[in-house]
Design a binder for this molecule. Structure first.
Ligand SMILES: C[S@@+](CC[C@H](N)C(=O)[O-])C[C@H]1O[C@@H](n2cnc3c(N)ncnc32)[C@H](O)[C@@H]1O
Length: 570
């Protein structure tokens, strides 16, 4: 910001340019509960414009509609506010790479405050520094409300001495102004005092009360509810900018503890599915057999869940070394070298792979919990990371990767490959270092490096890449993401009947064709028929021993075996 640019002008410049302060802010992954956050790379002065909460401006009706469609993890990005006596909403659910939407809540000692700025006749939400913010700090503001799940946790967690966990708000009177600018060229700011004080006429505002239910409260209640700390602001800080304080209580609050649902506990059941938590498509009002998370109550199409990056853990556990498996080549990346691609010989309807039910979810059409635990560390000791982030190298372009995939699919393997199933089912097994990206779907030979390009769009990517290189955690995360992308790819191959199936590993003993590979129940890796029972014993994603899971596993194996027997494969 130049010396003569006021914070407000600075904000408007950034608003109109749709630009963030990229040289002063960065996205960092904090932890699996909080996810990402925005951190400063430089100092901010009190009153400085920091970042805009960008998104789509929609009206209250549309906001309500979307809130019904969105899973709570998305609706938390909907920021409602009152502007010119209307309830509006900035929907920031889209992962658009902007910074504002990733700023986390801090209700006790926030360093920023949300203000309403009008530019070109439209309202914009901008964060301004409440105090000096040193480089390296996390940008925070008070989301308002008091029922956010993480705050509840704070209450019961130990609070550092000297700090109080104050969730109870104090009512404040708030001056409510809006600054407008007519155009980009006209930088003269015109103060347009909207409603300097709430009056009896305008004091009734429909808001989202805590807990995500709608309610009606007076503006005073509303302001009190959200604990706006207007008085803490130095009057000078905004003296020349009659920005309006944004009533933050109207921000969508999840219906329940969904935000805490880092791992979904899935149950099969008859659900009334009026929306899918992933594709958001309305389905049907009649009861439908689907999947539901016991914790957050989100529901999904089975297929969407299977192919999504939702945080139900689909880690590939079978990553331990095995002398019978083809070892990694020196150039292989992060264990991917042990994987092979199989070219599908024909249309999917003729292939066993295509006709096999999606066993990872369909075998148990009754309420069963898939409580997938994220504890694969112990079996990953033998993984060597060779393809880690090399910031000096550009990620593979999709073209070069596609070429690599092509090469991989056309190149003869050094492995002795049997084609003894039938001539029509002849399958080339090709050694391949290609993995499919679960975000963009493109084939990649340097998977971890490629993921860097998605770090701002996907929390799971951010989470994985934040972990120390060579750590077991990082390997687990990357393996899981790799597996997820390959699963998505394989699903598409099965559906279309063309392309190369990406499989997990091949045994030297095994004679392989596409028909002999199936997804394993838990990890979704494509495993050779001959390796299934072996894999079942080793798969890290197979839940801990318990009766229910054992039953489920043996059921899966029975169905799998029957299916193969009827196909004459066993
Ligand atoms: C608007 S998003 C902020 C960006 C988010 N951290 C991410 O990685 O996508 C709001 C979500 O961030 C998390 N969050 C925000 N503030 C938090 C806090 N103080 N403690 C824990 N989680 C928080 C919650 O999951 C919340 O639903």
């Amino acid at each position: 910001m130049s010396r003569r640019t006021t914070p407000l002008q600075d904000a408007i410049n950034h608003i109109l340019a749709r630009r963030d302060k990229n040289s002063m802010l960065e996205i960092k992954f904090i932890n699996s509960v909080k996810g990402r956050g925005i951190f400063t790379l430089a100092n901010f002065k009190q009153g400085d414009f920091v970042v805009e909460y960008r998104g789509e401006l929609i009206d209250a009706t549309e906001a309500e509609h979307r809130r019904n469609l969105y899973p709570s993890a998305c609706s938390v990005f909907m920021f409602e506010f009152i502007w010119k006596q209307k309830t509006l909403c900035i929907d920031g659910a889209l992962e658009d790479g902007s910074f504002g939407r990733l700023v986390n809540d801090e209700h006790r000692t926030p360093n920023c405050r949300m203000k309403l700025i009008e530019a070109e006749g439209k309202p914009h939400l901008c964060l301004f520094a409440l105090k000096e913010i040193a480089a390296g700090s996390e940008i925070t503001y008070d989301y308002g409300g008091k029922e956010w799940p993480w705050r509840k946790k704070l209450k019961i967690a130990s609070i550092p001495s000297g700090q109080q966990c104050v969730a109870e708000p104090i009512a404040h009177d708030v001056e409510h102004h809006v600054i407008s600018t007519d155009s980009f060229t006209d930088r003269e700011l015109r103060a347009e005092c909207q409603s300097s004080r709430p009056t009896a006429d305008n004091s009734e505002h429909e808001v989202h009360s805590v807990g995500g239910q709608r309610g009606t409260s007076s503006l005073k209640e509303l302001i009190g509810e959200v604990g706006v700390q207007y008085q803490e602001l130095s009057p000078q800080a905004f003296s020349e900018e009659l920005t309006s304080e944004v009533p933050q209580s109207s921000r969508a609050v999840p219906n329940d503890s969904a935000c805490e649902c880092t791992i979904h506990r899935l149950v099969f059941e008859s659900v009334k599915l009026d929306k899918c938590g992933i594709c958001h498509s309305p389905l049907t009002a009649i009861r439908w057999h689907g999947l539901r998370c016991k914790q957050c109550r989100c529901v999904w199409h089975k297929i969407c869940l299977q192919t999504s990056s939702e945080d139900w853990d689909m880690s590939d556990g079978d990553v331990s070394s095995d002398e019978e498996y083809i070892p990694n080549s020196a150039s292989d990346s992060e264990s991917s070298g042990t994987e092979l691609s199989i070219e599908l010989p024909g249309p999917s309807k003729n292939s066993h792979a295509a006709s096999m039910p999606d066993l990872c979810v369909t075998f148990a059409e009754k309420e069963q919990t898939m409580d997938v635990k994220n504890n694969f560390e112990h079996i990953l000791n033998d993984l060597e990371t060779t393809d880690d982030l090399h910031p000096d190298q550009e990620p593979d372009s999709s073209e070069s990767c596609q070429q690599k995939t092509k090469d991989a699919c056309s190149e003869k393997s050094t492995v002795d490959i049997s084609q003894n199933e039938s001539p029509t089912k002849s399958t080339k097994l090709i050694k391949s270092t290609v993995n499919f990206c679960f975000v963009c779907g493109k084939p990649q030979t340097k998977f971890a490096r490629h993921l860097e390009t998605h770090v701002n769009e996907n929390a799971e990517v951010a989470q994985a890449l934040q972990l120390p290189k060579s750590s077991k955690d990082r390997k687990v995360h990357l393996e899981r993401l790799r597996n997820l992308g390959n699963f998505k790819h394989n699903s598409a191959v099965k559906t279309t009947g063309s392309g190369c199936l990406k499989v997990k590993r091949i045994s030297k003993k095994s004679s392989s064709s596409a028909e002999t590979y199936e997804y394993y129940l838990y990890c979704k890796g494509m495993i050779s028929r001959k390796e299934v029972s072996r894999h079942m014993k080793r798969c890290a994603l197979r839940p801990e021993n318990n009766a229910e899971e054992k039953l489920k596993d043996s059921l899966w194996y029975s169905i799998y075996s029957i299916h193969n027997v009827t196909k004459g494969m066993i």
